[in-house]
Design a binder for this molecule. Structure first.
Ligand SMILES: [Zn+2]
Length: 135
């Protein structure tokens, strides 16, 4: 996916983030994800798995985040998983997503999905730095 298209997606969500910020003075990415139909749970999962996202038949998603992740790292993983959803990766053939420390094992086009979701997360957290809470 072209970087420009991903930046456009980030711009779209940034508008919502700014509105959200005006209302409450802080932005909880988890609450924002819920508005997008992404239900976040924190849970113990096997070591090396940062998160798992599973699409539901209702078109919603469940994301399980490794409860050991904290602060910025956790927010980054959350933003990455949200990226998969908002960039439409599940409509493009991604069946479920396991966010692992090591992406090297993945084959194309999964690797492209991972790269794009990382870019989305980078851009979102860079642009939204002053709004998004890391707690
Ligand atoms: Zn991923």
């Amino acid at each position: 996916m072209k970087k420009e298209l991903i930046r456009k997606k980030v711009e779209e969500i940034m508008k919502e983030i700014e509105d959200y910020y005006k209302l409450s003075g802080t932005v909880d990415l988890q609450a924002l994800a819920l508005e997008k139909g992404v239900y976040i749970h924190n849970s113990k999962v096997p070591v090396k798995i940062n998160a798992l996202t599973i699409p539901l038949v209702t078109d919603d998603f469940v994301t399980i985040i490794n409860s050991k992740l904290r602060g910025r790292r956790r927010i980054y993983v959350l933003a990455h998983e949200l990226g998969h959803v908002l960039l439409g990766h599940y409509e493009k053939g991604l069946e479920a997503s396991a966010n692992l420390d090591d992406h090297k094992v993945l084959k194309q086009p999964l690797k492209n999905f991972e790269r794009d979701a990382d870019f989305f997360a980078d851009e979102l957290l860079k642009t939204g730095k002053k709004y998004i809470s890391t707690h």
